[in-house]
Design a protein. Structure first.
Length: 255
């Protein structure tokens, strides 16, 4: 990125209070990936940013970049599209937060990732329309892992090489980065041929065809725990938004 002032469409990934009036903001752009910036006096004056830095939405942010500084200086911002529905529903808010947290975790700073940006915007907009939110997150996780270089192996056993579809039963194992046949290593997350088929389809599908994908609820229940365990293993830590979603699920069971 060149020194000077820039203005890009952005999605806010995270924000942290800094001092009495400032915010440190992590945002994601199509052109330069993840960027960390300082928004001076953002907590006391809404003139330059309005609700841009505290909303779920797609924004245009102006900032000044200096190559020798860790943070850009955020100057002003405008909200292009607000995802208000996400903020009103705790479950959707948790899923949206998970999408933001995963992009923040898997994407290094100043590494252009237009595919990740487009995927993130697709995910947030689809969930904001309340369209099959669990399915959307399932698709998002599989696609993000692939774009980040961590796609789980779904082609065959990671130990002996036996291909799926050869009459052998398989499980998904996070420690094996995907598929393992039960002859080599029993135990793991059971996976049906149908689940493998849809996951493989999602991995290789053109981005403009993602809206056509339909995932059976049984497949979501079967493979969702593997994906989250796999992601936690890759990151070496838990995810705040995942814990929040688990708390919501526990409360729903007790009602």
């Amino acid at each position: 990125m060149k020194r000077g002032r820039h203005r890009f469409q952005s999605v806010i990934l995270n924000r942290t209070i800094y001092g009495e009036a400032d915010l440190i903001v992590v945002f994601f752009t199509r052109e330069h990936g993840k960027i960390r910036g300082l928004a001076k006096h953002a907590r006391k004056s809404r003139k330059r940013f309005g609700s841009v830095l505290t909303s779920f939405g797609l924004a245009e942010l102006s900032f000044t970049y200096h190559p020798n500084r860790d943070l850009v200086i955020l100057e002003e911002g405008d909200l292009i599209r607000s995802y208000d529905h996400l903020a009103r529903d705790p479950g959707l808010m948790g899923l949206a937060g998970l999408a933001l947290e995963l992009v923040d975790a898997f994407c290094p700073p100043l590494d252009p990732a237009p595919g990740v940006f487009d995927l993130l915007v697709w995910c947030l907009e689809r969930m904001d329309r309340d369209r099959r939110s669990q399915e959307t997150m399932f698709i998002f996780q599989i696609r993000l892992l692939g774009l980040a270089g961590f796609a789980p192996n779904l082609a065959g056993c990671g130990l002996c090489g036996r291909r799926s579809g050869e009459g052998t039963e398989f499980d998904l194992k996070p420690e094996a980065h995907g598929l393992v046949c039960r002859a080599c290593s029993p135990g793991g997350f059971p996976v049906s041929p149908g689940a493998l088929k849809i996951m493989t389809l999602i991995q290789g599908l053109d981005p403009d065809k993602l809206d056509r994908v339909r995932v059976d609820s049984k497949i979501l229940v079967q493979t969702g725990p593997f994906l989250m365990t796999f992601i936690r293993r890759l990151l070496g830590r838990d995810l705040r938004s995942a814990r929040f979603l688990e708390q919501i699920a526990k409360k729903a069971k007790t009602v």
